[in-house]
Design a protein around this ligand. Structure first.
Ligand SMILES: [Zn+2]
Length: 458
């Protein structure tokens, strides 16, 4: 063959590869899901009716597609997701957008100033989630989620994803503290006793930044950090909390018109209460610190070579905790008094958990683990609960992907999921956990198995 022909054939070969690989396309959209006044609010063990808006809350969607396979990443500014809402939303997405339900990952930011979804437990009576305004809101939500996905899909355009991992130090804290000589962990101390107190575990300082560029302009970002959004605190006004500020600033600074989406990582035991300095940072300070961390990571954004989204999901059956007759009797006593007396968060959480667990002891405790890989270097894992940070760190460390994002409170929620070491240390998250010791480790194991499968798939 002459050099001309060789060059021609080589050119055709390159074109063939490009056609074979197909364009990676992305579209993003958001739908306002701010509830009406009077809607029951989430976050605390009591009834609070919405009485205004600090900032709107959204259902946000990023839809990706390559070679005809779609995946949708949806994040809602809510305290959690429930299985019935996720099932209804996936069905609506499938019907209205033609995207398979199991290609949709729906997670919540865990804002404590959003509406409460009924969960089929005593919490519904406490928060009045099952009142008519609460039920109206719930019924509308799957439609809003489908609308966000539909609008995002309509905007699909060739795009290039880039990833960088930033770091935010000194704004998140492991909210469980161990004191010398005391078996039970201290929960959310305002300050530490120097010399005797130390955090019971680590934090995860990583700020995941995934940016999609279309025509050289950022059109969507998927941001990831692990910390409870409780900075607005109580009150009766709706707010997306720090994730709202974080997303708004990233869009303003890097691409006006860009849709920024925040997925909360494994923050079951992580919040912003700074017991080292005694400082309570504001919503604005927290969101700004994270936006600054994303800015610092921006020059490190590296494009990833995409493939057709590889998606796996598995329903894991976990074991429920069991309780003694004495514990059950005590829980019954607390739940009869908790509507009229202020008994404190921890005893109420424990009593509600015990009675719910006893009532459902013959129902399997199901947890969906979902994995969506977009590239050899990038996968997003979802877990259905408030996962302890130790589990998230272990999962990221053992992941076969260079970059692993984790979205918690996704595709339903089984409540708090402590790591094995935390159980004997008790207190809030442990006494309100529905699942038996070892459940979190099992979820990590399944996630790693699914990551291995999508990594090896062709
Ligand atoms: Zn929480």
């Amino acid at each position: 063959m002459g050099p001309m022909i060789t060059r021609l054939l080589f050119g055709l070969f390159l074109i063939a590869i490009q056609i074979q690989a197909g364009d990676f396309r992305v579209g993003a959209a958001q739908v306002d899901i701010t509830p009406k006044n009077g809607t029951p609010m989430a976050g605390y063990y009591k009834f609070r009716a919405v009485g205004g808006v600090l900032d709107p809350i959204y259902a946000k969607a990023i839809v990706v597609e390559q070679d005809g396979t779609h995946a949708a990443f949806v994040v809602i500014d809510l305290s959690g997701t429930t299985r019935p809402i996720v099932a209804a939303a996936r069905k609506a997405v499938q019907e209205q957008c033609g995207i398979e339900g199991d290609h949709v990952m729906i997670s919540a930011t865990h804002t404590h100033t959003g509406p409460q979804l009924a969960r089929g437990s005593l919490m519904d009576e406490l928060t009045k989630a099952n009142s008519p305004p609460g039920m109206d809101y719930m019924q509308a939500l799957p439609g809003y989620i489908a609308q966000a996905v539909k609008e995002a899909k309509a905007r699909l355009a060739p795009a290039r994803p880039s990833v960088a991992m930033g770091r935010a130090e000194g704004i998140s804290f492991n909210r469980r503290v161990l004191r010398d000589g005391v078996k039970e962990a201290i929960w959310q101390p305002k300050t530490l006793n120097p010399g005797t107190d130390k955090p019971a575990g680590p934090i995860d300082p990583e700020v995941g930044v995934l940016v999609f560029e279309s025509d050289g302009k950022p059109v969507a970002s998927y941001l990831n950090f692990a910390m409870h959004p409780t900075s607005v605190g109580g009150g009766l006004k709706i707010s997306a909390d720090y994730p709202g500020v974080f997303c708004k600033l990233v869009s303003e600074r890097h691409g006006p018109g860009m849709i920024s989406v925040f997925a909360n990582g494994c923050c079951g035991n992580i919040n912003h209460g700074d017991y080292l300095t005694g400082k309570r940072r504001t919503t604005l300070e927290l969101g700004t610190a994270l936006a600054d961390a994303a800015d610092a990571a921006w020059p490190d954004l590296k494009p990833v070579t995409t493939f057709k989204p590889r998606i796996r999901s598995e329903q894991v059956t976990l074991q429920r905790r069991t309780f003694t007759e004495v514990e059950i009797a005590k829980a019954k006593d607390i739940t009869t008094r908790m509507f009229t007396e202020n008994l404190g968060t921890v005893p109420m959480a424990e009593a509600v958990c015990i009675l719910e667990t006893v009532a459902k002891q013959n129902e399997p405790l199901l947890a969906e683990v979902q994995v969506i890989a977009l590239s050899d270097e990038l996968a997003i894992v979802s877990l259905p609960g408030e996962i302890f940070v130790e589990l998230g760190l272990a999962l990221k460390k053992a992941s076969p992907f260079k970059h692993t994002f984790i979205a918690e409170l996704a595709n339903g929620s089984i409540g708090y999921v402590p790591n094995r070491e935390a159980y004997p240390q008790g207190n809030y998250e442990v006494v309100s956990a529905r699942n038996e010791v070892g459940s979190g480790e099992k979820l990590v194991e399944v996630a790693l198995k699914l990551l291995g499968e999508v990594k090896a798939a062709r």
